[in-house]
Design a binder for this molecule. Structure first.
Ligand SMILES: [Mg+2]
Length: 325
């Protein structure tokens, strides 16, 4: 590695190193070495963000630093794990110290919030992309898998759905209002880490809503060999999302938009959610034996959904959706 790259890692990645659970060996050696407590198992996930696919070019690097870690924390949350360690690889067209400084500030502010320790990093020259490898700890024998949904389970979703998708539509406009809450949902998602930990021993299945509720809930349904009906009127849509649906005469739009980073999970119907009183969760439907994901409207209309965000489409492209009875 050229010395300039080494100094980038030292200068920007090795800061704030005394938080969370320390590795046996961290940044500065060929590998990090981690000591896993004997009563724990390791949850590991990797996510890459690519310019013009997952984020807009000229994105604020501080927000990008936040989002790069947030989307990975969201995967850890979806497993019910406690985030612990993270490594980071950045590909940049040129070494830009101002960009790196802002990026690392956004990244580390969120890392600190969740007591996540950075254990390694790499920088390479090329088109802008960011890859984060995140690790979390789970009690032995426990995790929130996609495959655990049972017929009769109640389906819940956290927060609100569709705001990040709406925020993206607003963010690509020249006169973007950075204070608009929908734009904030898109640019600065807050991962549901403590909710994931809270439902670890309650939920039968869980996924984070990254690609759109219909696509992500369909992952649970396929993995669990079940189907579901969700009630459109029970969905947590904000006024802004409702207005967008009305203006575009498209009630199905928020089911196909990604980037909300909420949790969608299923629990046995008798489970009391009083333990989740401090969280914003909404019951939206029921797991059924009949395969497929159905949206039920108050007027009796039933629509089957099966698509969400397509990773091979550009970020500003229209998202595919298909409807059928
Ligand atoms: Mg995920």
């Amino acid at each position: 590695m050229p010395s300039s790259e080494f100094s980038i890692i030292e200068e920007f990645f090795a800061i704030n190193s005394a938080q969370g659970m320390m590795p046996t060996l961290g940044i500065g050696d060929d590998c990090a070495v981690l000591d896993i407590p004997s009563d724990k198992q390791l949850a590991v996930s990797t996510d890459t963000l690519v310019e013009d696919v997952h984020f807009l070019s000229n994105s604020d690097p501080r927000l990008l630093g936040h989002k790069a870690l947030a989307v990975n924390l969201s995967d850890i949350a979806a497993m019910g794990a406690t985030p612990t360690w993270v490594s980071l690889a950045i590909t940049l067209p040129a070494i830009d110290k101002g960009w790196l400084s802002s990026f690392s500030q956004g990244f580390f502010a969120l890392a600190k919030e969740h007591s996540v320790q950075i254990i390694g990093g790499d920088t390479t020259r090329g088109p802008l992309s960011i890859t984060v490898n995140i690790m979390g700890l789970l009690p032995n024998g426990q995790c929130l898998a996609r495959s655990g949904a049972k017929v009769g389970d109640a389906i819940y979703v956290s927060g609100t759905i569709g705001n990040a998708g709406l925020g993206l539509k607003k963010a690509i406009k020249a006169d973007v209002d950075q204070k608009d809450p929908d734009v904030g949902s898109y640019l600065k998602p807050e991962p549901c880490v403590s909710l994931g930990e809270a439902i670890l021993s309650m939920a039968n299945s869980c996924i984070d809503v990254s690609d759109g509720l219909s696509a992500d809930l369909n992952h649970i349904l396929k993995a669990s060999h079940v189907g579901a009906t969700i009630s459109h009127e029970d969905m947590p849509f904000t006024q802004s999302v409702k207005e967008y649906m009305e203006e575009n005469n498209d009630d199905l739009w928020p089911y196909s938009t990604g980037d909300d980073y909420q949790l969608c999970f299923t629990m046995p119907p008798q489970t009391s959610i009083s333990e989740l009183a401090t969280y914003d969760v909404t019951k939206i439907g029921v797991i059924e034996e009949k395969q497929g994901l159905r949206i039920k409207f108050n007027d009796g209309k039933l629509i089957t959904l099966n698509k969400g965000f397509d990773h091979f489409q550009p970020v500003s492209g229209e998202l595919g959706i298909s409807t059928a009875e």
